[in-house]
Design a protein around this ligand. Structure first.
Ligand code: T3D
Length: 263
């Protein structure tokens, strides 16, 4: 598949998507949205792809919406941003959360606006030490979108979520890892290799089990303990019936490396 605004590559059991508008810090256009949507759908359908790796080309990860497409002129009707969220950003975030495969995000540089929240929608987020996360919305008179108002308080608590969203100050990758916004901060020159290693590790684990873990952890946080225990029971029942579970147990008992088939 050839795309204009992303790079798509499949190797070692996982798909890598690289946002590829480096001259604009990989800001979102409608075309980028369309290509990203197509690539995620193609990774979702392919049973040989067991994990997804998302990163950016150049010195930025993603600067959010391309503001050139939002330039206003006197007398021009304002854009319906509710429509762009409904038609572009929300389906993207939903597709990543619902993808029954782990998504690793390698934040290679600045992640601003919807770019920051795109990263937070992924399952394991690594960031280069030089990367920054910016909830840039407040500077434009907008509300954090792409799940920002959902992810931020859940990841870092109410006070920090409000501080980040209201002030829009850059948060370093190191601090983001310290406060639990992301999984890990790694040295810039190690980011790509670490992220690929992680995606490869995930691709070698039992896919059905990983998909069920993602479902359980992403279950509504309003679930009380009883509901969550019931959900774990239901998912474990499914997991316990997979060939991969039997293979995992047998491999352990036979002291050999397991080979998982995704069944
Ligand atoms: O609109 C809707 O549909 C609703 C949804 C909204 C979602 C959103 O994401 S709203 C938030 C939009 N994003 C921003 O407000 C961030 C704007 N960018 C910045 O604040 C800064 O560029 C950064 C802090 C991200 C990085 O700063 P810096 O100094 O490292 O780089 P720079 O020089 O500002 O940017 C480099 C180039 O990228 C530059 O282009 P040029 O001058 O070299 O031709 C800059 O204009 C361009 N760029 C960066 N961000 C955007 C952008 N071009 C268009 N849109 C951008 N968002």
């Amino acid at each position: 598949m050839t795309y204009k605004t992303i790079l798509y590559e499949v190797a070692e059991g996982f798909a890598s998507i690289t946002l590829n508008r480096p001259e604009k810090l990989n800001a979102f256009t409608a075309e980028l949205h369309g290509e990203l949507r197509e690539a995620i759908a193609s990774a979702a359908e392919d049973v040989d792809i067991r994990a997804l790796l998302l990163t950016g080309a150049g010195r930025g990860f993603c600067a959010g919406q391309d503001l050139n497409d939002r330039a206003t002129a006197p007398g021009k009707a304002p854009p319906d941003l509710g429509h762009t969220l409904d038609s572009l950003y929300n389906p993207l975030i939903r597709s990543l959360r619902a993808l029954p495969k782990p998504v690793v995000c390698a934040v290679n540089g600045v992640a601003a606006g919807a770019g920051a929240n795109l990263a937070l929608a992924c399952d394991i987020v690594l960031a280069a030490r030089s990367a920054r996360f910016i909830q840039a919305f407040c500077r434009l008179g907008l509300v954090p979108d792409s799940g920002g108002t959902y992810f931020l308080p859940r990841l870092v608590g109410h006070a920090r979520a409000l501080g980040l969203a209201l002030l829009g100050e850059p948060l370093s990758a190191e601090r983001a890892a310290e406060i639990g916004l992301i999984w890990q901060c790694v040295d810039d020159d190690k980011l790509a290799a670490e992220a690929r290693k992680l995606a490869g590790l995930l691709a070698a684990l039992p896919p059905v089990g990983l998909a069920l873990i993602k479902r359980a952890i992403n279950a509504p946080s309003a679930n009380d303990l009883d509901r969550q225990l019931d959900l774990e029971r239901d998912l474990q029942r499914i997991a316990g019936r997979t060939e991969d579970y039997r293979e995992g147990v047998n491999a352990f008992l036979q002291k050999r490396k397991a080979s998982f088939k995704g069944r």
